[in-house]
Every structure is written in structure tokens, then in C-alpha cells.
Ligand binder design. Structure first.
Ligand code: SAM
Length: 264
């Protein structure tokens, strides 16, 4: 008996996420909470977990075997994965199959935007053990994605990280769409410093301009904060996108202030 669970509202959503995994409980819990859950309730996204083990045909429900050529660990067998992918593709043959692997293209904000605007159906294959049989990759996978140069035990956390960041790009999923537009990496800059109540915390005051109600001054302060943080923490982002005319003026002004500090 094959068990799949598609969590969705009562209309066809904008984007369907399907996760092929040996640990569906991990991912189902993720679909049932927080921002992604709100997106599902609003019919903007759907989440489905498919248990790869349900597609194993032998009586022990085997999904892995020893690697040809010897060596340690186990490799995920191709047949259950092929059957699991086919079952999802029946709904939409054009669904994109994404393999979670540390060997893939590094995931970033640009990729999140591409997935959010360009797709209706994303299928994530979560590997375990030493990974999956190479023939699954060569025959069924459209893209290989990594979330960074480190190796985890399974692809579920990677798939959830991607689904989370793609979902917040879909209009209506977040409480306010403006929040994702000022996020770090949109426009190749880090987000400005944020403050909330109380006005004074451990003797440190919130910058006065943020209490002024002057929208233009607040915008300029945030732009400066965003540029300073990008310059200090991620100067490489200036290589991806040159400073605009306004940014150059702000950076020059900041240089002058630093110069005065060093040579009063
Ligand atoms: N032996 C594989 C290698 O060296 O390339 C690593 C296998 S890893 C222990 C098991 C599974 O975790 C992978 O098949 C993949 O699905 C997932 N995984 C591990 N690290 C990942 C990463 N950085 N990004 C995406 N998926 C990852």
C-alpha cells in the first residue's frame, strides 16, 4: 500500500513541493507549522511527502544495498526511487526533479527567486546513507542542488531549507510581501540593522532617526546601514553588483566620517 500525503487548501496552489524521503515524519511536521503552513492554508503552496520505502517491491521493503566495487556504507537503490518519481510525475509530467546533494549547484537567493517564479511543481529527492545510485541521477534528475560545502546525513534539512526560502518569495505567503523585498541578498546587499522595543536596552539607545517618523530620513539611514554591513561582513557582494550612484555618495560620506575619526 503506497502512502502519500499532499497537504493543501481547497484551491489549486501556485507551487507544489513534493519531498521524496525515507523520513516523511520529519518533513510533514515542517509543512504543518509556521509560514509554510499559512501558505498552504491560503492555497498558495502545497506540501507532499512521499515515503520512498513504500515503493520498494520486495517483502522486506529494502531501499538500499551495498556499493558495487566494495567500500563502506550503503547506496539507495534505483527501482524504488524511479517508482516514487513516476508516481508524482503522473500528476504533472513537467514537474522539476531536484536532487539534494553536496555535489550540486550552491543554493542562493537568486535560485530561490528562480524557483518561485519559474515553476509549478518541484520534486525534491532526499538521499541518505552514501547517496543514490548514479543511474537515478543520470536518468531522472533535472537539477542537483547543494546548500553548502559540508556533508549532512540526509537531504531532508536541505530540502526544507530550500522550500522555506522559495515559499517566502511567493506573494501572500508572508504576512507582508514587503518583508521579503528588504531581505538580505535581494539586490546583492545585506539587510539594514533592525530594532524593536524597548527604546533603551542595557544603556544602548535605538538610533534617533528611527523614532523621527521622517520616512525619507529612515530610508536613507537604512540604506547606509545596509551598505555598511555589506561592506564589513560581505564585501564580495560588491563584486556581484557595483554600487549605484546613490550608494557611492553614501560610501564616500562614510569614508569621510572614518577619516575624521582617524585624523581628528
Ligand atoms: N557520499 C556523498 C558524497 O560524498 O557526496 C554524501 C552522502 S550524504 C551522507 C547523504 C545525503 O545527504 C545525500 O545523498 C544528500 O541527499 C544529503 N546531503 C548531504 N549534504 C548535503 C548538502 N550540503 N546539500 C544538499 N544535500 C546534502
Amino acid at each position: 500500500m503506497v502512502r502519500t500525503q499532499r497537504i493543501m487548501g481547497n484551491k489549486e496552489p501556485v507551487l507544489n513541493f513534493t519531498v521524496l524521503t525515507l523520513f516523511p515524519e520529519l518533513v510533514t511536521a515542517f509543512f504543518e507549522h509556521g509560514m509554510i503552513h499559512r501558505g498552504i492554508e491560503r492555497n498558495l503552496v502545497s506540501g507532499e511527502c512521499v515515503n520512498i520505502r513504500d515503493f520498494s517491491c520486495d517483502r522486506h521493503k529494502t531501499v538500499d544495498d551495498k556499493p558495487y566495487g566494495g567500500g563502506s556504507g550503503m547506496v539507495m537503490k534505483p527501482e524504488p526511487l524511479e517508482a516514487a518519481i513516476s508516481s508524482v510525475k503522473k500528476r504533472n509530467p513537467r514537474a522539476k526533479v531536484i536532487l539534494m546533494t553536496p555535489q550540486g549547484e550552491r543554493f542562493d537567493q537568486k535560485k530561490a527567486c528562480d524557483f518561485a517564479v519559474g515553476q509549478e511543481d518541484l520534486i525534491f529527492i532526499c538521499g541518505r546513507y552514501e547517496g543514490i545510485d548514479e543511474r537515478v541521477y543520470t536518468q531522472f534528475v533535472d537539477e542537483e542542488i547543494s546548500i553548502g560545502d559540508y556533508v549532512m546525513t540526509g537531504g531532508e534539512l536541505a530540502a526544507m531549507a530550500i522550500i522555506d526560502s522559495v515559499s517566502r518569495m511567493i506573494p501572500g505567503v508572508l504576512g507582508s510581501d514587503a518583508s521579503s523585498q528588504s531581505d538580505s541578498f535581494i539586490d546583492d546587499r545585506l539587510e539594514y540593522a533592525q530594532y524593536t522595543r524597548p527604546e533603551v536596552f542595557n544603556d544602548v539607545k535605538v538610533p534617533g532617526v528611527l523614532l523621527s517618523g521622517n520616512h525619507e530620513k529612515i530610508r536613507q539611514w537604512r540604506k547606509t546601514s545596509s551598505l555598511q554591513r555589506t561592506f564589513i561582513k560581505r564585501p564580495d557582494l560588491f563584486e556581484t553588483k557595483d554600487p549605484t550612484a546613490e550608494e557611492k555618495i553614501i560610501l564616500r560620506q562614510w569614508c569621510r566620517e572614518l577619516e575624521t575619526l582617524v585624523n581628528p
